[in-house]
Ligand binder design. Structure first.
Ligand code: CA
Length: 226
């Protein structure tokens, strides 16, 4: 599990990093809303912990941008303000949960565990890119009337690319998403699974291609019809 922490109080960042690391989570911490949003838009995180009062862009703006970009990573809002209006504003922006400072670390860990369990339901809608549709519940890709089921790793790989249609996804990101950050997956595992997914995309007759940008990563492209 990989957590993105966007929080500008360095003491709290250090404390939370230590707590999550001890619980075997991998944590990336950013201290302002602009860089936090950049990281969040990669879509590789399992949970995002987002402070509201942040430099450059506040947490509610970051959350709005994220949901607009169809990044559905569960978001736990943190804030020193406990007013009801803030809670409502945060939930309206697409936050999944809310915790006011100061909080017990046990409470935070429990909320994060609950959010990662709920993730499957939160991201249950289907995805599409060009003429290709991915049904999340059944793990099938469709194009016109043709369809084929993907294996779980193939599904996570294609889902990661479809959730980030305008970005190049690095092999490292795919490994983290598909195999987990503590796995021993090698780079050529990614290539093998990309080739499986490519064959299935061709099988359903879609014009979508998984392109490779050597040294950077993979992205989806709709090929021009000839
Ligand atoms: Ca703050």
């Amino acid at each position: 599990m990989r957590i993105l922490l966007v929080e500008d109080e360095s003491g709290l960042v250090d404390a939370l990093k230590a707590i999550f690391t001890k619980e075997n989570y991998c944590v990336d911490a950013l201290m302002d809303g602009v860089s936090g949003l950049d990281y969040a838009l990669t879509g590789i995180y399992d949970v995002i912990i987002l402070d509201i009062m942040l430099p450059k862009r506040n947490g509610l703006e970051v959350l709005k941008e994220l949901r607009k970009a169809q990044i559905e990573t569960p978001v736990l809002m943190l804030t020193a303000k406990s007013e009801l209006e803030d809670k409502i504003a945060g939930l309206d922006c697409g936050a999944d949960d809310y915790l006011t400072k100061p909080f017990q670390t046990g409470e935070l860990l429990a909320r994060v565990r609950a959010m990662t369990r709920r993730k499957g339901e939160i991201t249950s809608q289907d995805l599409s890119f060009g003429d290709l549709n991915l049904k999340k519940r059944t793990r099938e890709i469709h194009c016109d009337s043709a369809s084929v089921k993907l294996g779980l790793k193939e599904f996570v790989l294609l889902e990661t690319l479809m959730l980030n249609p305008k970005q190049i996804i690095s092999k490292e990101q795919l490994i983290e998403k598909v195999w987990g950050f503590d796995s021993e997956a090698e780079y050529n595992n990614v290539e093998v699974y990309v080739s499986f997914v490519r064959k299935k995309i061709i099988f359903v007759g879609s014009a979508v291609q998984i392109k490779v940008n050597r040294g950077i990563g993979y992205y989806l492209e709709m090929t021009e019809s000839e």
